[in-house]
Each structure stands twice: as C-alpha cells, then as structure tokens.
Design a protein around this ligand. Structure first.
Ligand SMILES: *Cc1c(COP(=O)(O)O)cnc(C)c1O
Length: 368
C-alpha cells in the first residue's frame, strides 16, 4: 500500500468541475490581477475568520513583509520570533532590514515559549511574531499581555493555521496583523503561490492595500516604496471554491488525528502531538517525536509511507543568520525538536485502511 504525505489528486478530484467553472468566469472577464474574484474571496475570508479586513497578496512570505512594512518596522528594529518554523518567518524580518531575535519553543506544542519572551525584549524591540505551527495556535493570551505591557505589535504568522482557534478566536485575528499562505500544501492551498494579510485596524488595512501595489495611492502617487504583491484572480477563483470545504476538511483531519491518538497511545517510544487546552488545532501536520527518528523515517519510506521532517535545522543555526551570533546550545528545546520530529500523513482524504497501515507499520518498526 502507498500512503503519500499529502494527496492533492484526492483533494481536487471531487471539486475540479466546480473550480473550472469559477476559473472560466475569470477567463471570460480577462481580469487577471486583483479584481472582482479577489474582492469576493477577501470578503469570504473576512466572514469565515471574523476579521474586519483581508488583503490578498502574492504569497505567505510577502504577507509577512507587507505586515512588517505596514507597521513601519525596518532598519534598527528587533522582532522576537521562534526559531522552530519555516524559514519565511525570519526571512521576512530580515527582508525589511530588521533583526530577528529568536526565543526557544515549548517542548510539548513546538510553539514559541511565552515565558521566554520578556527576557528577549530590548529598547529596540518593535514586535512579536508568533507562529501557529502545524495548525495549532501559540499561547496568544500570554503573548498579547506581554505585548500590551511593553507596547509591542503582534504579527501572527498563521500560514499553517487557517481556521485554528485559541480561546474560541480564530488565529490570525488576535494580534495587530495576521498572515495566511495559500501554498499548495497548506490546509487552504491554491494552484500556485498566494497569501493574505488580516487585520481589524482600518489604517493598517489601508497601508497594506497600498503596499501591495508599490505603495501607491492614488494611482501613480507614492508615499512609500511597496512591493508588487497581488493575489491573482485565478487563484481567488480556486480559493473561493475551496474555502467552502475547509471546515469539513479540518474536521476530517481532527478525526484522523483521533484515530492516531487512539491507536498509537500505548507506544511509549513515540510522543504524540500535544494540543493546549485552549487551542483547537487544524492539524496542518501530525508531528510525532521519537529518538529513532531517522531510522523510523527510512522504514516508513521503504514501506510506501510519506513522511517529512519539519524542520531539521532551527533558524538560529542557519548560515544566513550566522552574524546574529547564535550557537549550538542557545535554544536547546528547538534543537532537540529538530532531531526528533517526524510528520506523518494526516490529510483529510486518508482512508481508515491507510491509517491502519501507517499504525501497523510504525508498530512493526518497534517490533510491537
Ligand atoms: C508556508 C509558510 C510561510 C510562507 O508561505 P509562502 O506562501 O510559501 O510564501 C511562512 N511561514 C510559515 C510558518 C509557513 O509554513
């Protein structure tokens, strides 16, 4: 049996004719950048997440850059973030010439450890950028309290967490700005690159709408230098259809997670994902921890099961950040996670037969 890590064929097959119809409307209009389909999709997201403003852009990475620029964060500023995340989180901070300050993660949730944030604050700190990793929200109550106390902005990197909740609120709508990615493998993915900024602040929304079109307002008048970062109409057409299915897909992922929790709980050699009591996860990944990670990964791959390491090298140890001066041992929890994590298939369309095979194969590896 084959169980891929993600199966886009299975995801698209039942909805392809609906998507083609929406795409045809774009072809008929020949309006390819922004335009009515993007506007409609933005409004759909605003309703879905209960956010006042959603601003479509070209990628999740650009969404972070637009958010930082909209908050006037740049040269000489510091932004506190997690080291255990996809590169773009810190890459965006560097792109605007600000300095990423990495703090360690919690051992159980893999998210930024709020108790370590205050120690990292300096007079140059402008913002905190938590990441809702693997589809589970970081501890936003504690993060927002710290931000308030020190007058810092909060940008939520919610590329992996669309629709996940913290304290009943949608992640990405709690801080000053939240960002989304529509990269194909995200829970809401398009047929290429796409992203979005979320905010409840009218001024910030206006800033980001200007910044995505070179910082222009009105046409050909530039108060600042922005990006060329728009969401394409064709992507909005795809995403409009898919958003209607997202809640069902997230529910299916949670059910699949339940299956793994039930059937792997007695296996002492692996640690299953921990979900904080205030969080509702959308399981962008189902990430286990084990001492024998590399061996298990090879065994699963040899037996036709897709799996991946997110992420093998924490950002504070990346060569491009060497001048920040971090060394091995500085963020021990992130470094240990990088050695032990393994993400296994959790996508919505998995059959019970496939999950049973994953469970059986993991157990066979441990001779259980
Ligand atoms: C995917 C991802 C991004 C970047 O999104 P792109 O759309 O690929 O640019 C940023 N942060 C995190 C945590 C991500 O997983």
């Amino acid at each position: 049996m084959k169980v891929p890590l993600l199966d886009l064929h299975a995801q698209y097959e039942p909805i392809m004719s609906e998507i083609r119809k929406e795409m045809d409307k774009v072809f008929d209009s020949h309006w390819y950048i922004l335009g009515p389909s993007v506007k409609e999709f933005e409004q759909q997201v605003e309703t879905f997440l209960n956010a006042d403003y959603a601003i479509g852009c070209a990628s999740g990475t650009d969404a972070l850059i637009l958010a930082l620029q909209a908050l006037n964060i740049g040269e000489g500023d510091e932004v506190i973030t997690t080291s255990f995340t996809f590169f773009a989180t810190a890459g965006a901070i560097s792109r605007v010439h600000a300095k990423p300050i990495f703090v360690d993660i919690k051992q159980d949730t893999f998210n930024i450890d709020p108790d370590l944030i205050e120690d990292a604050i300096t007079p140059k700190t402008k913002a905190i950028m938590p990441v809702h990793l693997f589809g589970q929200a970081a501890e936003m109550d504690k993060i927002m309290a710290i931000a308030k106390k020190y007058n810092l902005k909060v940008i939520e990197d919610n590329a992996q967490g669309i629709g996940c909740l913290y304290d009943g609120k949608a992640a990405g709508t709690i801080g000053d700005i939240g960002t989304l990615s529509f990269f194909p493998s995200k829970n809401l993915g398009t047929m290429g690159d796409g992203g979005m900024c979320l905010t409840n602040d009218e001024q910030l929304a206006d800033n980001m709408r200007q910044l995505r079109v070179h910082g222009e307002k009105p046409k050909y008048i530039h108060k600042w230098v922005g990006l060329n970062s728009r969401l394409d109409s064709l992507h909005a057409a795809v995403l409009k259809v898919k958003l209607n299915y997202l809640s069902g897909w997230s529910e299916a992922r949670r059910k699949n997670a339940e299956y793994y929790y039930k059937n792997l709980k007695d296996l002492n050699e692996i640690t299953l994902p921990y979900i904080h009591p205030k969080a509702v996860s959308i399981y962008n990944q189902f990430t286990i921890k084990t001492e024998k990670r590399d061996e298990l990964m090879k065994y699963l791959s040899d037996n036709g099961i897709g799996c991946a390491v997110y992420y093998p090298l924490p950002l504070h140890l990346q060569e491009c950040f060497a001048d920040l001066g971090y060394k091995i041992g500085d963020l021990p929890v992130a470094e240990e996670a990088a050695k032990k994590v393994l993400s296994i298939p959790i996508y919505s369309e998995l059959s019970e037969e496939q999950m049973a095979y994953v469970v059986k194969t993991i157990k066979a590896f441990y001779n259980k």
